[in-house]
Design a binder for this molecule. Structure first.
Ligand SMILES: [Zn+2]
Length: 328
């Protein structure tokens, strides 16, 4: 799918269609508003533009984030504590930039609160996502999975990419949710069981990250400092990457716009960006994945360039199984 025409991501037509009307359905599970744009902005823009159903589930409002712009400092949790709702607005703007219309917060907005960095006292708040009983939080995701019936799920690795408690918990909820959604005996009131064909974890190949930092140092930039490879989440040996997505430059532009929409959290400078630590890092225009469940849609040793690769036949099988079921 590298020969798509150049056009910006288009939202689906108004009044659209139930999930079943989309032949390709992608679900992403993230911890905070902004994680989706940093990790998967290009992927989301690409599939939305190609007419797939892209569903984002964000587990918290990101209430404990640090606020970059000085003029918005009062939003912070130790002041007005209004960063969560503000970030929900930023997320809505980012989704518009990506052309994604199906966005939900796990259990509804504010159901689970940002847990703060590992070891912070906020980890222990009873409403912190880190404290959520796993099967209860996963049950909230099961309802979404059985409604949307995605063929592909994207989330973090078991370390959440970089050890943030909400990212680790988002990984656990996503994996457990996928498992429980497929079990007909788990809470049948949440809908008909559904098995997700392929599950991917976000990752970044080490060579690409190192090359990105070399570019950053050579280019000159406006950031007070530069991050290191260890600051980038999910860095893995190149050999562990199983899928790499690029596509139309419009998708990279949409990713950049979506990241800018998270104005309290991200400062974007051309092909680079910084989080609240003010350390510049490369903004990647190719996104990488590791397939951890399901059948690869490319030959052994060859990276997929489409997360749905090999799924067409399986969709057909699911449909015909349902028709046979109905005929019995
Ligand atoms: Zn996050």
């Amino acid at each position: 799918m590298t020969d798509q025409p150049a056009r910006p991501p288009q939202p689906p037509a108004e009044g659209s269609a139930s999930p079943a009307a989309f032949s390709r359905r992608l679900l992403l599970v993230h911890a905070h508003p902004d994680d989706e744009s940093i990790n998967n902005g290009l992927t989301m823009a690409k599939y939305a533009a190609e007419g797939a159903l892209v569903t984002l589930v964000t587990c918290t409002l990101g209430e404990e984030g640090e606020v970059i712009p000085p003029e918005l400092a009062a939003l912070a949790p130790d002041r007005d504590d209004t960063l969560g709702p503000y970030r929900a607005g930023e997320l809505a703007a980012a989704m518009a930039a990506l052309g994604v219309t199906d966005h939900r917060f796990l259990g509804g907005p504010g159901r689970y609160r940002d847990s703060g960095m590992m070891g912070a006292s906020q980890n222990d708040r009873p409403d912190a996502f880190w404290q959520a009983p796993l099967d209860e939080a996963a049950g909230e995701l099961v309802a979404v999975i059985r409604e949307v019936r995605p063929q592909v799920l994207v989330t973090y690795d078991p370390n959440g990419g970089y050890g943030h408690p909400d990212h680790i918990q988002a990984h656990r909820v996503a994996m457990r949710g996928a498992e429980l959604a497929a079990r007909a005996d788990f809470r049948p009131e949440l809908g008909r069981a559904h098995e997700i064909a392929k599950i991917y974890w976000n990752c970044n190949p080490r060579s690409v990250v190192e090359e990105g930092f070399a570019r950053l140092r050579a280019a000159g930039h406006s950031f007070p400092g530069v991050a290191t490879v260890d600051d980038v989440p999910g860095v893995v040996p190149d050999s562990e990457v199983t899928a790499s997505l690029t596509g139309d430059p419009a998708y990279a532009a949409a990713k950049s716009a979506a990241m800018r929409a998270h104005y309290t959290q991200i400062a974007v400078d051309g092909p680079f960006f910084a989080l609240s630590n003010d350390l510049g890092q490369p903004l990647f225009r190719t996104e990488h994945y590791q397939l951890v469940h399901g059948v690869p849609g490319a030959a052994a040793g060859v990276r997929e360039d489409d997360l749905f690769a090999g799924i067409g036949e399986m969709v057909g099988m699911e449909e015909s199984a349902r028709i046979e079921e109905a005929a019995e």
